[in-house]
Design a protein around this ligand. Structure first.
Ligand code: GDP
Length: 470
């Protein structure tokens, strides 16, 4: 476990406005909310340690809120304590304003409740607002300083914000663990996406109605520790749930739990498709679930197409294995052959066979998703990349397209997640579709990327020249 933050206590306790240091306003915000006297300030001081900076004078920030710039495990963020609002006005207005302000600017919200006092009406009021927010919320039960109190925190499940995490802002207990989770769910820094971006895994679970998406979600949640369930209304299209899988954070983006709109007809279909696409967009890896009893249908292939278009990781999940395993001639191999035959356009896709009902294959599914997540974060050095491509091109030169032959000058992988390969060529239009596929296969044979779509981009000669000169 990491060391407890805030060991260096502030010298001027009670005075938060030390010498103002510049705060980087581009950093993500972690907001602490909760009713008065639950220990928000104590938690703020504990996390910010000696580094408390600033205050009212930062442009674009509201008076009466206390900010600090701090960092954990190398991730810098701004911490805000909205508690300054407590001093004035009617209570419920204050709570509302405080929470709304936090929702507006925070990437992660720490909702503090008081284990000594127990659950209060005001807690429920705050929770109501937070459940509707489009932000991840961690529920912290503060003042947990003895075993009895630890027992008592189950009462906070009633807030509907997932598992209460026991902490003691005074003693520092549990705070490091909370920060571990916080930095994992913070969005990546805007400027740089580090190659080791595989900090959190976002999985979209998509598929036609009745293939067993909901049951699969339940099977996953039944196995793993849920940190935050129903991350409040992330969008109206999906329910997000954060969980820990082997100690690593996973966010499930689940379109299944939502009931389909009441209207009948094609509108429903279109709506479902849109919802799946949005869920896929937000994910690293999609589980495209199909029903083994019905086989892999054209509609299933269509959904797989969305995942490929979005350049995401893909696991095609055949569900209801329990229903087909007794059928004569049906084996996992025969299923794989049949599905692969329909997935010729994505031979790199992963395939899994599970029973959501019996919860078989579920752990393997998450392990595979993490593997794919890491593949997506991989960057290939320019040297070996060009070597592999040059060799392949020598063996199979580009065919001419309408009298013009493509020449590949240089390849780089400027981006990860999705892995993106830029080919500088004399004439992008001269690269035939089938040759693009050959180049993609070459990259895959040499460097892997199993389970994820990758992107190939072709650029003309002038750009290539510039890239070489710089
Ligand atoms: P969704 O619409 O994709 O979310 O599908 P549901 O999870 O609601 O499942 C549709 C139906 O299939 C329900 O009656 C489930 O009980 C059933 N079902 C889901 N997974 C399995 C499975 O692995 N085996 C069996 N036998 N039935 C399943």
């Amino acid at each position: 476990m990491s060391t407890t933050p805030g060991i260096r206590r502030r010298r001027s306790a009670g005075r938060r406005t030390g010498s103002p240091e510049p705060i980087d306003l581009s950093l993500p915000v972690v907001a602490i909310v909760g009713r008065p006297n639950v220990g928000k300030s104590a938690l703020f001081n504990r996390i910010a340690g000696g580094r408390i900076a600033l205050v009212e004078d930062i442009p674009g920030t509201t008076r009466d809120r206390v900010y600090a710039q701090t960092e954990w495990r190398g991730r810098a963020f701004r911490l805000v304590d909205t508690g300054g609002l407590e001093a004035e006005g009617r209570f419920s207005d204050l709570v509302r304003r405080q929470v709304e302000a936090a929702i507006a600017e925070a990437s992660v919200i720490l909702f503090v409740v008081d284990a000594k006092e127990g659950l209060t009406a005001a807690d429920l009021e705050v929770a109501d607002l937070l459940r509707r927010a489009e932000r991840p919320v961690l529920l912290l039960a503060n003042k947990v300083e003895n075993p009895e109190r630890e027992q008592s925190i189950v009462q906070f499940y009633e807030l509907g914000l997932g598992e209460p995490i026991p902490v003691s802002a005074h003693h520092g207990r549990g705070v490091a663990d909370v920060l571990d989770i916080v930095v994992d769910i913070l969005p990546p820094p805007a400027a740089e996406k580090p190659p080791e971006a595989a900090q959190v895994l976002r999985i979209a679970i998509v598929g036609r109605p009745n293939v067993g998406k909901s049951m699969l979600v339940n099977a996953i949640l039944g196995e793993e520790r849920v940190i935050v369930s129903d991350i409040p209304g992330t969008t109206r299209d999906a329910v997000d749930t954060a969980l820990l899988f082997d100690g690593r954070p996973v966010i499930l983006i689940d379109t299944a739990g939502l009931r389909r709109p009441g209207k009948r007809g094609t509108g429903i279909e279109r709506h479902a498709a849109l919802r799946s696409r949005r869920a896929i967009e937000r994910a690293d890896v999609a589980f495209a679930v199909f029903d083994l009893l019905e086989g892999f249908t054209a509609q299933d292939a269509h959904i797989v197409g969305y995942v490929i278009e979005a350049t995401k990781g893909l696991v095609v999940v055949g569900n209801k294995w329990d229903l087909v395993r007794g059928i004569e001639g049906v084996t996992k191999e025969s299923i794989a052959r049949a599905v692969r035959a329909r997935l010729r356009f994505a031979p790199w896709a992963s395939l899994a066979i599970v029973s959501a009902l019996e919860r078989t294959g579920v752990r393997e599914l998450l392990t595979e998703a993490w593997r794919i997540r890491e593949e997506r974060a991989r960057r290939i050095d320019t040297g070996p990349l060009n070597q592999a491509i040059r060799r392949a091109v020598a063996e199979r030169p580009p065919p001419s397209v309408r009298g013009r032959r493509a020449k590949i000058l240089y390849v780089t992988q400027p981006e990860v997640d999705p892995p993106t390969f830029v080919f500088f060529v004399n004439d992008p239009a001269a690269v035939h579709f089938s040759y693009r596929r050959f180049l993609e296969n070459t990259i895959r044979r040499a460097f892997g990327f199993d389970g994820t779509a990758i992107r190939l981009v072709f650029r003309g000669r002038e750009e290539a020249q510039k890239a070489k000169e710089s």
